[in-house]
Design a protein around this ligand. Structure first.
Ligand SMILES: Cc1cc2nc3c(=O)[nH]c(=O)nc-3n(C[C@H](O)[C@H](O)[C@H](O)COP(=O)(O)O)c2cc1C
Length: 246
């Protein structure tokens, strides 16, 4: 087995660091909160158990998330553990839209516990948490919560890991995620390498979420140019103008 140390990296250094930074994996969660008659929720990968006794969770919540403001005001949040059933619609709704723009609970399977909305659709467990500590760590707040209540579903659908999310859902992390990486810092894959002959057709990458529209994908009947001006990114709803050729 070969290892590359940071100090030994010579060319394309930045993208190598980025590749290593993406190796730790997590699950996929929906973190929700409510305050002043408003409800909010966001998709998260940075959620983890940080203590056994007492059992505590930590979430890393971006300052720009509407949910962060509500957690800070209410001192409470909920965590839904998402399964492999997570739908593209859920990714778009919770991961790429703000709660002050859309109602993230309307028409969605959820429960309300002690005034807090909790998503139960494609979820195998949820936790109702009370903030015990919040630390400002740059772009994000690390918010630590004790558990007031929880529920476990009898679903047999496995929990979704972040690694699987990235591979299966062609998922990328947007700006507010702690693991967000600027698209131009991503390592060129062999397919994308400028030295290799390009496969048939163009590849267009969404500047907002990183989704790639690969014209050679048999699922796509149209070239990117043939798509109507109304067409939007299937992951984050960004417009055609937000795409750049890779
Ligand atoms: C796969 C994925 C993982 C994400 N992980 C986090 C995270 O751990 N922390 C965070 O603050 N935002 C994360 N985000 C971004 C938020 O989900 C996103 O900014 C959301 O629109 C915020 O919603 P809100 O403003 O209604 O709270 C992630 C998004 C995706 C798609």
């Amino acid at each position: 087995m070969n290892w590359k140390k940071l100090s030994e990296l010579s060319k394309d250094r930045e993208s190598e660091i980025v590749e290593a930074y993406m190796k730790p994996s997590y699950g996929i969660y929906i973190v929700s909160s409510a305050y002043g008659g408003k409800q909010s929720a966001y998709l998260a990968n940075c959620v983890f158990q940080v203590s056994a006794f007492p059992p505590l969770f930590a979430v890393c919540s971006n300052h720009d998330n509407d949910t962060t403001a509500q957690i800070k005001a209410s001192h409470r949040f909920a965590i839904s553990v998402m399964t492999e059933g997570l739908t593209p619609e859920q990714i778009t709704q919770y991961g790429y839209s703000h709660s002050n723009k859309i109602n993230k609970f309307e028409g969605v399977e959820h429960t309300v516990e002690d005034g807090l909305p909790i998503v139960t659709e494609n979820c195998n467990a949820w936790f109702l948490c009370r903030v015990v500590k919040a630390i400002d760590i740059g772009t994000h707040m690390m918010i630590i919560g004790s558990i007031d209540d929880y529920a476990l579903s009898d679903t047999t659908v496995p929990p979704l890991t972040y690694d699987r999310y990235q591979k299966m859902k062609h998922g990328f992390s947007p700006k507010n995620s702690p693991t967000h990486i600027e698209p131009n810092k991503k390592k060129h894959t062999e397919e994308e390498s400028p030295t290799k002959e390009k496969s048939k057709g163009k590849k267009m990458r969404c500047d907002v979420c990183g989704y790639v529209y690969d014209e050679s994908d048999p699922e796509h009947e149209h070239t990117f140019d043939e798509l109507s001006g109304e067409w939007v990114c299937p992951v984050c709803n960004a417009s055609k103008d937000d795409f750049t050729e890779v």
